[in-house]
Design a protein around this ligand. Structure first.
Ligand SMILES: [Zn+2]
Ligand SMILES: [Zn+2]
Length: 71
């Protein structure tokens, strides 16, 4: 039953690296719209200082007020 053990170990390693990759890539929910205050701040290597954007970032989101989703 060695093969099963190896398979389980490989599956575990894959799951672990996938979760690590997700954790490393800490993306905010939503999309930053081109030309928005957040986009300008991002391009300047900063975080947007707008109060609404800071509050949204705390919740792990992109400010929906300044970056409205296209529908
Ligand atoms: Zn902003
Ligand atoms: Zn905002």
């Amino acid at each position: 039953m060695k093969f099963v053990k190896v398979l389980a170990a490989v599956a575990f390693a894959v799951a672990l690296s996938a979760s690590l990759a997700l954790a490393a890539d800490k993306k905010l929910e939503g999309t930053i719209k081109d030309g928005s205050c957040c986009d300008k701040a991002k391009k300047a290597g900063k975080e947007c200082a707008h109060k609404c954007c800071v509050e949204a970032a705390k919740d792990g989101k992109v400010c929906a007020k300044c970056n409205p989703e296209k529908k």
